[in-house]
Ligand binder design. Sequence first.
Ligand SMILES: [Fe+2]
Length: 232
Amino acid sequence: MSGSLHDAFLDELRDAFDAEKQITRALPRVAKAASSPQLRAAFEQHIQETKAQVERLTRVFESLGEKPRGKHCDGMAGILEEAKSALEEETEDATMDALLIASAQRVEHYEMAAYGTLVAWAEAMGHDEAARLLRETLDEEKATDEKLTAIAEGGINRDAASSSTDDESEAEEAQAEPQGRSATGGRRATGTGASGRTVAAATTRGGGRSTSRSTTSRTSARGAKATGARKR
Ligand SMILES: [Fe+2]
């Protein structure tokens, strides 16, 4: 049977089993980092769902007469490693929530791809019970993804965007004004500390448009700490 689709199927199942366990370990920290109560509740609900998905995979293995076991999922490890970097950003609350959603949706899409394949292969091989169980999980992952989109578009993205915009215009104002104006200077120092980095974090992903400008404002604001974060 070596090299058969059945073997590949078992291999993918073991990969998914390990991925779910990795997610179970990572999610509590993600939930804790969320500021929006709605987002936190969504993550907490998904912790419970993920635990049930591990159980469900156990039943899939049993339905095939196989022992449940995992095989290290490098893909999920990489996605979670990136999510960890997002958690270490110092940002406005809404921006952090937007970053958490972005990371969580990468996880969900990876899982949707994996379970979509598993369902299709189970159906093709006539593993009806396995296909049914795997489809339940696929539907949960899709629902989670959609819920995250709704939460992001229900206000978090807008709040994160307006906090970045405020910061950018404050930085521009501050640069345009003469140096001697201490009131504005003070505002600039507090305003651009978090914001400069917010802008840098957002734009680095999108192509780094304003990295140099935000670096300028950040350097004048909270130099050492911000630079440390940026180098990370
Ligand atoms: Fe999952």
